[in-house]
Ligand binder design. Structure first.
Ligand SMILES: [Zn+2]
Length: 321
């Protein structure tokens, strides 16, 4: 059976503001109360269970507890998306990484009752130290690799809309991943680490073409032509089929929000659409996905990939310094 895994990085308003260098993020403004029920309703209507990668800082704040608990109560998988959501996580020391992951695990478990077994780095930040920390802490999988040739363009766009200083840009120089990431596999593989292997489930980009197929990108295409976005997704799924790739598809809260939901994030691509238009587009894209694939959580994807562990490629954790 062909399948695809779905995961949603539950980035909150403050984490976008922080990455973009906007004032006011320190009070952790949140849209979770508004958007989480909408996302859960959308998934329930389609009978889907997915993986939510939650930021520890959000779980540590009382104002977000009810909405985060509702995700777990609905039966979705809960993953770790770091505590502070700093895209320069790969610059942390081993000790800082351990503290960051543990704090997030503790806060997420306190809010949802679930201790995460999977991890995705903020802004696709990844390092050998992060992988080793994940393995030491007993994680089933990492889901950070994003082999996307357009990543450096996305970073350049974000910088061009921000007021970041030269130093802040340097700190964010690996945001969305580097050129090297683009040449990593789009399919599950294993990292060869000092203490044994760790499973990686990359965010799938088009096999061979290495251009994105995550939902925000498809929505961006649909802004110009819904039919073109549909055709692109069908082509992406056909390419996955031809190459025997079970894709892992990434979602974000902004995929379920219109400009009227969060004016401070107007700089973000696709946030010039209304909520109604965007939800209609997302519904159509999900119809195509569900017609072509069984849709599962990341944990289930990791379980199925792990069952054929011996046949997976193994990579050394080489990262640019
Ligand atoms: Zn994120």
């Amino acid at each position: 059976m062909r399948y695809a895994s779905l995961s949603l990085d539950l980035d909150n308003q403050w984490s976008y503001m922080k990455t973009h260098g906007d004032a006011g993020w320190q009070s952790h403004p949140s849209y979770l109360d508004a958007v989480v029920p909408r996302i859960l309703g959308f998934l329930a209507a389609r009978g889907l269970k997915i993986t939510f990668f939650i930021v520890g800082q959000d779980a540590a704040l009382d104002k977000n507890r009810a909405s985060l608990a509702s995700i777990a109560a609905a039966g979705h998988e809960i993953g770790n998306h770091s505590f502070r959501h700093e895209p320069w996580l790969h610059l942390y020391s081993a000790e800082e990484l351990d503290t960051e992951l543990r704090q997030a695990e503790d806060a997420i478990e306190a809010a949802t009752g679930i201790r995460p077994r999977g991890f995705r780095g903020p802004g696709f930040s990844l390092s050998e130290g992060t992988l080793e920390t994940l393995q030491k802490r007993g994680y089933d999988y990492d889901a950070t690799v994003f082999p996307n040739l357009l990543n450096p363009l996305a970073r350049a766009y974000l910088f061009s809309t921000s007021k970041l200083t030269a130093e802040e840009k340097k700190q964010r120089s690996a945001l969305f991943g580097t050129w090297k990431d683009a040449f990593r596999p789009v399919r599950p593989f294993q990292w060869r680490l000092a203490d044994g292997p760790l499973l990686e489930i990359p965010v799938t980009t088009l096999p061979m073409f290495k251009v994105p197929m995550h939902l925000s990108y498809l929505i961006y295409l649909a802004k110009f032509s819904r039919l073109a976005a549909h055709a692109y997704l069908r082509f992406a799924l056909a390419t996955c089929r031809a190459t025997g790739t079970q894709p892992s598809i990434l979602l974000h809260p902004l995929d379920f929000m219109g400009g009227e939901d969060c004016p401070p994030l107007a700089f973000f691509p696709g946030m010039d659409m209304t909520r109604e238009r965007k939800l209609a587009i997302v519904g159509e894209l999900f119809d195509i996905l569900a017609a072509k694939r069984e849709l599962v959580t990341m944990g289930e994807h990791a379980r199925r990939a792990g069952a054929v562990r011996e046949s997976l490629p193994t990579l050394a954790p080489a990262f640019p310094t």
